[in-house]
Ligand binder design. Structure first.
Ligand code: FMN
Length: 237
């Protein structure tokens, strides 16, 4: 059956066109301008992302957004812990291993990043230095921490993942750049203490956001995606 026409003023063609444009444009920004985003624009992103679907409409996401001096205090703390080699304090287990095609994709995106920055293959010192930029929030003026409710388990985290996607698309639509950061969740204990999160909250990831620095080379490459044929199995009979 054909898709039902919506009640929107816009044609389905226009609507999917806008969505495709946003999805195709969005990329993980790893260099931001220091310029702050006004509160009304941030609230517009948040209001839009609130429409995210969740299991039983539980809406488990809670978000702390640090800006200005609060961001700077948090940056100093988390940077210190990360650069001191401390951390590995995830609330959710990180991937155990990347194997097969997942390892290939991880490598491809990693080499794209390093090649763009002129980092030689195998230069582990330079890899580590670039990884530490996570804890400078890549220069972003704002950082959001997304946390969920422990009893909701992995599905609460999935709901938060959907929220993160919608947050990024809403930000993209309003001219902002974003980067989701599991690297911040590596320091969940510090985050819980610093932001006084309740004991039943679990850190999923961060999102640094602001205005992309379009002149920075790190923002100049785009990652690939597998085809639908590589991803979907249709079963008709
Ligand atoms: C849940 C999640 C966590 C991520 N964590 C990090 C991170 O800690 N640091 C980082 O540089 N990129 C991080 N990324 C960005 C991914 O590397 C990026 O989305 C992927 O390579 C695809 O590239 P694109 O976002 O530019 O399309 C994360 C992405 C997701 C969805």
């Amino acid at each position: 059956m054909d898709a039902k026409a919506s009640n929107s003023r816009h044609s389905n063609e226009d609507r999917i066109g806008v969505l495709e444009e946003l999805l195709n444009e969005r990329y993980s920004v790893r260099a931001f301008l220091p310029k702050e985003v006004d509160r009304a624009t941030i609230e517009h992103v948040l209001t839009t992302a609130q429409r995210t679907a969740s299991w039983c409409n539980s809406q488990p996401w809670q978000v702390v957004i640090a800006s200005g001096e609060a961001k700077e205090r948090f940056r100093q703390l988390i940077y210190k812990e990360a650069s001191g080699g401390l951390g590995d304090d995830y609330d959710f287990k990180p991937p155990r291993e990347y194997v097969g095609v997942y390892l290939d994709r991880r490598r491809e995106s990693g080499f794209q990043l390093y090649n763009t920055l002129g980092i030689a293959r195998g230069d582990k010192m330079a890899y580590a230095k670039q990884a530490l930029e996570n804890y400078n929030f890549f220069g972003a003026p704002h950082v959001a921490i997304i946390h969920t409710n422990e009893p909701l388990g992995i599905y609460g985290a999935i709901d938060c993942g959907a929220y993160v996607s919608n947050f990024m698309l809403a930000a993209q639509a309003l001219g902002l750049g974003t980067i989701p950061q599991a690297a911040l969740a590596r320091h969940s204990g510090l985050i819980r203490r610093h932001f006084n999160l309740a004991d039943d909250r679990r850190v999923v990831c961060g999102i640094s956001f602001g205005h992309a620095d379009d002149s920075h080379k790190v923002n100049s490459y785009r990652t690939s995606r597998a085809s639908v044929a590589d991803t979907v199995t249709f079963i008709d009979k």
